[in-house]
Design a protein around this ligand. Structure first.
Ligand code: F6R
Length: 242
């Protein structure tokens, strides 16, 4: 695991984006695993800039997103599908067929999980997986608990996670209670994992994920088992690391 403490979030996002962009330049049909949330917004901004400057094309690349809320339509502005369109897909040249995100509106969510695992198998090994981390240590929407799942599954979101994401909804009551997420086993299959985390609210999660025991109580700690994780932090997120 390589940990880089950057001057600020903007620098960290530019460094993280350079890995993604470099992977696609080296291999135009690269498979990218992508996260939503506030943390990677600067990564996606830099990817849009690089595309606009003609430095990279995503035309032959594939994107697979980590997760989606259950019960939100793709065109609901609070959905992760809408977030990805706003922050990345509308500003770069992925083919529509090269973009994958779980369908939170599927009538049969168990079948949707199986379909998404099929998509993950079909697109092949992710070259780079972009990750954020929750203040409670979740990665994707794999919440802390006694067990973790390998494959795509439906999760009940913790109240902490619902509250953390409430700003994206008209009110806390409208934050979905469930989501469909890639499993930790799926996440760990990526060749390279790029984790970004910023601000004091992430300091404890970063300490337990990077320095604590590998334990299901902190899903991010499973990243310690992966051979190529690059972590980009600002000083506040890094402040509990020695
Ligand atoms: C998003 C995701 C989550 C977020 C995490 C941090 O696809 O899977 O694990 O990365 O909740 O969210 P932010 O970046 O908003 O603090």
């Amino acid at each position: 695991m390589r940990i880089q403490v950057c001057a600020d979030a903007a620098v960290a996002c530019a460094e993280a984006a350079a890995i993604v962009i470099g992977a696609v330049r080296a291999k135009p049909d690269a498979v990218l695993g992508l996260a939503t949330g506030r943390s990677p917004i600067g990564v996606y901004a830099r990817m849009r800039q690089a595309y606009a400057a003609g430095e990279v094309s995503f035309r032959r690349a594939t994107a697979v997103n980590l997760d989606e809320y259950a019960g939100l339509k793709a065109d609901d502005p609070s959905s992760f599908a809408a977030f990805m369109r706003r922050e990345l897909y509308a500003g770069v040249d992925f083919r529509e067929a090269g973009i994958h995100i779980p369908d939170g509106m599927a009538a049969d969510l168990a079948a949707e999980c199986a379909r998404y695992d099929g998509v993950l198998n079909a697109v092949g090994t992710r070259d780079v997986q972009v990750l954020g981390i929750g203040a409670n240590g979740h990665i994707g929407f794999n919440e802390p608990g006694e067990k973790l799942s390998a494959g795509t599954h439906v999760v009940r979101l913790t109240e902490e996670t619902r509250a953390a994401n409430a700003a994206d909804f008209p009110s806390l009551g409208e934050v979905p209670t469930h989501a469909v997420t890639m499993g930790v086993g799926d996440i760990l299959k990526a060749r390279t994992i790029v984790l970004v985390a910023f601000g004091p609210a992430k300091a404890e999660a970063i300490r337990s994920a990077l320095r604590g025991p590998v334990a299901t109580g902190c899903p991010g700690s499973l990243l310690q088992l992966h051979p190529d994780v690059r972590v980009f932090l600002d000083p506040e997120a890094a402040r509990q690391l020695e």
